[in-house]
Design a protein around this ligand. Structure first.
Ligand SMILES: Cc1cc2nc3c(=O)[nH]c(=O)nc-3n(C[C@H](O)[C@H](O)[C@H](O)COP(=O)(O)OP(=O)(O)OC[C@H]3O[C@@H](n4cnc5c(N)ncnc54)[C@H](O)[C@@H]3O)c2cc1C
Length: 379
């Protein structure tokens, strides 16, 4: 006797997307989350074209587009000098841009859609143990409740209990630096239609517009404070050649510290337990891919589960892992390259910039980067 067909552990963007995708196809699922309420912070604020494409069928893409800010360009610069301009507007998609939207809004719109489809999130309840047998999985929660399901998906983030209990390895490492994340109001030359990745001796800085006249600043530092101040963000911009009147911080709207890892799970499937999103892969935020990959995993694992529950062989679940894991590895490698190139020591920078200048003149290279960052390469 099953309580549900699919137990989804975690109601972040990955778990919510999966729940919507299953509900839209009349599959019974139960979504649980340890937190008493959904997060109200902006965290991953870039939605790429491929994510919007996969959310179209769930009737979520148009809702996100309505709330978000369309950014058709992404450039890599060394101070004011453009090294690589990337133009999304030429891409063959209905969404030729990066959509800037706080993660809290993305999660809210996904939850709204889930409720419309008749679903819900049970919270707060923390998974403490999950075991599987030949016919299903049994999950136990901190309040003593148990759920019996045919399959379970760990969408429970970087410290995934499902991954740990399944025994799946999570290899990789941690970057020495931590990242300052700040949503600020700026005066000066801050662009409002472009994501800029600035490379400087002192480290990389991402400046990206968000809805409501806010700009997101992301910068690696040796030891970021838990919450940055206006003064710290200004000092970061100044030391990286973006201050001195060019960008003046007038208000901190939200700020946080972010430590980053580069890890990929050894497999996304162990029997009846599956992994998706940060539970399966984590990487540098350079390039803004994290949440996007998770949402795309969710749609892919939903397709696989729908097939298996309709009678397809379980090897269909291996196909999910085999299709998505290499993509996660590619994204980890791409974002790792961007992060390391961006934080090269001073002496190596002129060579890097000269190389980038040459590379940037090759249209095929720019197209490839646009294709990768938009996620369309993974169609
Ligand atoms: C401060 C911060 C800033 C970030 N900034 C960026 C950024 O700028 N760019 C970017 O690309 N990414 C960023 N990220 C990462 C991004 O937020 C994640 O990639 C994204 O949230 C992954 O979604 P997910 O649904 O896979 O996992 P999560 O969003 O982590 O959701 C996992 C959910 O599982 C629940 N959960 C965990 N354990 C259990 C359990 N045992 N039982 C029940 N529920 C459980 C949690 O409560 C949580 O709601 C940031 C993350 C943080 C924390």
């Amino acid at each position: 006797m099953y309580d549900t067909d699919v137990l989804i552990v975690g109601a972040g963007p990955t778990g919510l997307t999966l729940a919507c995708a299953l509900a839209a196809r009349d599959i019974r699922s139960t979504v649980v989350d340890a937190a008493p309420a959904g997060s109200n912070t902006s965290r991953a604020a870039a939605i790429n074209a491929r994510t919007l494409e996969v959310l179209e069928d769930l009737d979520v893409a148009r809702r996100l587009v309505k709330e978000g800010l369309q950014l058709p360009r992404f450039t890599i610069r060394d101070r004011k000098r453009t090294l690589i301009p990337i133009d999304f507007s030429v891409l063959a998609t209905d969404y030729p841009y990066t959509l800037a939207l706080p993660q809290s809004t993305t999660e809210k719109l996904l939850l709204d859609r889930l409720l419309e489809l008749g679903g819900e999130v049970i919270r707060p309840t923390t998974l403490t143990s999950i075991v599987q047998d030949a016919d299903g999985v049994t999950a136990i929660f901190d309040d003593g409740d148990t759920v019996r399901a045919r399959y379970a998906v760990g969408a429970d983030g970087i410290h995934s209990a499902v991954r740990e209990q399944s025994g799946i390895g999570f290899r990789g490492g941690r970057y020495a630096e931590s990242f300052v994340l700040a949503d600020v109001r700026l005066r000066g030359e801050a662009p409002d239609d472009e994501v800029i990745l600035f490379w400087a001796k002192a480290g990389l800085t991402v400046v990206a517009p968000l809805p409501g006249g806010i700009h997101r600043i992301v910068a690696p530092v040796a030891d970021a404070p838990e919450v940055p101040t206006v003064q710290l963000v200004q000092e970061l911009l100044d030391s990286r050649g973006l201050g001195q009147g060019q960008m003046v911080v007038t208000e901190l709207v939200w700020g946080s510290r972010f430590r980053i890892y580069h890890r990929v799970a050894d497999t996304f499937r162990a029997g009846r337990l599956l992994l998706a999103g940060d539970a399966a892969h984590v990487h540098s935020p350079a390039g803004g891919q994290g949440m996007n990959l998770g949402i795309q995993d969710a749609v892919a694992v939903a397709d696989a589960l729908v097939d298996v529950l309709a009678g397809a062989p379980e090897s269909r679940l291996d196909a999910y892992s085999a299709a998505r894991r290499p993509i996660a590895e590619q994204v980890v490698a791409l974002t790792d390259r961007l992060t390391r190139l961006a934080t090269l020591p001073g002496a190596a920078r002129p060579v890097r910039n000269a190389m980038m200048g040459l590379v940037a003149r090759i249209p095929a290279v720019r197209r490839k980067l646009a294709w990768q960052l938009s996620g369309l390469v993974y169609r």
